[in-house]
Design a protein around this ligand. Structure first.
Ligand code: GLY
Ligand code: MN
Ligand code: MN
Length: 461
């Protein structure tokens, strides 16, 4: 990304807000971990999207004519000896292409004047704790000057609206970064699979954290800054806990391992899940369920193309999984009826309780409306078959080239009466990252295979 790419995004945002409006956007706050140790700082995604700036304690102020002011940490030799070099406001216009830059210490003094005479003030709602209070404070100061001719904005608007729409469709540079991130993550999954089989072959004690360490090593050695989310490395029955984290569980010969892990590269996430036999060879029941999940993913991939709805891949997945559950005796036809009944009553829910995907981008669950903006008035009401709750739904988003989403069906079998014992404690998810194209989608995470035979082949000695 060059300086002018970020400038172009700010110009586009300015075009989307009114010509006499103002947008205010802080980066993420620093977070204390314990005593005087902080969590590793991660910039705010919206802020980075518009600035390319990764230092903490920074704010962007963008006017409707595109004029941008940055507030950032001032140069300070003593602090820089401890924390690292700061860009500083003097160098910021040349490096970031902003029109003006000031020390963060000046923000309270400058903001009322920047707000003076604007029609509307835009800032992200419900995302940054205390932000409304800061804006209120500046508006209050400005109101105190009305007798001297100051003019306060009368409207407050949610900046997430225009920014979410901009971020939803990824440009060529973003797509290239996401391809690289997915490639690194795919290599990390292969490495974990291979270590698993190797350690068990050698008769060593294998724990989930051994596999987690492989992932981290592979991410960092290719320049990824950190995992895009807490890695899930779940052996055996742990795979049925959806938000299980990589812990100390023993990985036993004959069990499946579910790894859901992806690196973040230059601000962009990848998100891959693979389920594999710890020893490199699927058992009969494991392979049966794996092939069902894979078939449901194939159906979802086929349904992912420009012009389709966001919900189409999910519906395609559910059709295949529900039929499979009936065929394999996970669901008893005599109790739940046929395929249509299973779908209508959501009888598949005990084994498949999550959606088939989400937007992917700078955030692993990326921003972007899941409803189609041009059809918001078209509401329907229905009673949920499981909870009895009345739900309002609106038409799902129509997919467009450049949108990026995950496709991640799964099946999770907890022991219960009537559930065939051979499938107990098996948890399987297969997750890939897809860029929507005109004719279908590009799966950018297939550097690690999904075919069970190919997984077994790469895990052989
Ligand atoms: N790793 C988070 C998710 O798959 O949604
Ligand atoms: Mn995901
Ligand atoms: Mn995932």
């Amino acid at each position: 990304m060059t300086l002018s790419d970020f400038q172009a995004r700010r110009t586009e945002l300015a075009r989307r807000i009114g010509p006499n409006d103002i947008a205010i956007l802080p980066t993420a706050p620093e977070q204390q971990r314990n005593r005087d140790a902080d969590f590793l700082f991660r910039h705010d995604s919206y802020f980075y999207y518009l600035s390319g700036f990764t230092e903490p304690q920074a704010w962007l102020v963008i006017k409707g004519d595109g004029h941008t002011t940055l507030f950032c940490p001032p140069k300070d030799l003593e602090r820089e000896i401890w924390d690292g070099i700061r860009l500083g406001p003097e160098a910021a216009p040349g490096t970031l292409g902003v029109e003006a830059a000031f020390s963060i210490k000046e923000i309270d003094a400058q903001m009322p004047a920047l707000l003076d005479g604007c029609d509307a003030v835009w800032f992200p709602f419900a995302t940054h704790k205390g932000l409304e209070t800061r804006v209120d404070g500046w508006l209050g100061t400005l109101r105190g000057r009305v007798r001297y001719g100051a003019l306060t904005p009368e409207i407050q608007r949610d900046l997430c609206g225009p920014l979410d729409e901009m971020r939803l469709v990824k440009d060529a540079h973003e797509q290239a970064t996401m391809r690289r991130a997915a490639q690194i993550s795919a290599g990390a999954h292969i490495r974990a699979m291979q270590l698993s089989a190797q350690m068990l072959r050698e008769g060593k004690e294998l724990r989930e954290y051994h596999l987690d360490a492989e992932l981290l090593h592979e991410f960092r050695r290719h320049g990824s800054q950190y995992p895009a989310y807490g890695s899930i490395v779940a052996a055996g029955a742990n795979a049925c806990v959806l938000h299980y984290r990589a812990d100390a569980g023993l990985v036993r010969d004959g069990e499946l391992v579910l790894i859901d892990a992806g690196c973040e590269l230059d601000g962009y996430a990848s998100d891959i899940t693979r389920s594999f036999p710890a020893n490199g060879k699927f058992s009969g029941p494991q392979r049966t369920l794996y092939e069902l999940v894979l078939a449901s993913q194939v159906a979802a991939v086929d349904a992912t193309k420009a012009g389709a709805r966001f919900t189409d891949p999910h519906e395609a997945t559910v059709q295949v999984l529900a039929q499979g559950m009936l065929d394999l005796g996970l669901l008893d036809k005599n109790k739940v009826g046929g395929l249509e009944d299973v779908i209508e009553k959501r009888a598949y829910f005990p084994f498949y309780m999550h959606r088939t995907g989400h937007w992917l981008g700078m955030d692993v669950h990326d921003c972007g409306a899941y409803t189609e903006p041009s059809e918001l008035g078209n509401k329907t009401e229905r009673k949920d078959a499981l909870t009895g709750e009345t739900l309002i739904s609106r038409p799902a988003r129509i997919l467009r080239p450049g949108m990026v989403l995950t496709i991640e069906p799964g099946i999770y079998v907890r022991p219960a009466e009537g559930v065939p014992e051979a499938f107990h404690h098996i948890g399987i998810r297969i997750e890939d990252d897809a860029i929507v194209t005109d004719t279908g989608c590009e799966l950018i995470s297939r550097g690690v295979p999904v075919d069970p035979g190919e997984i077994e082949a790469l895990m052989r000695g």
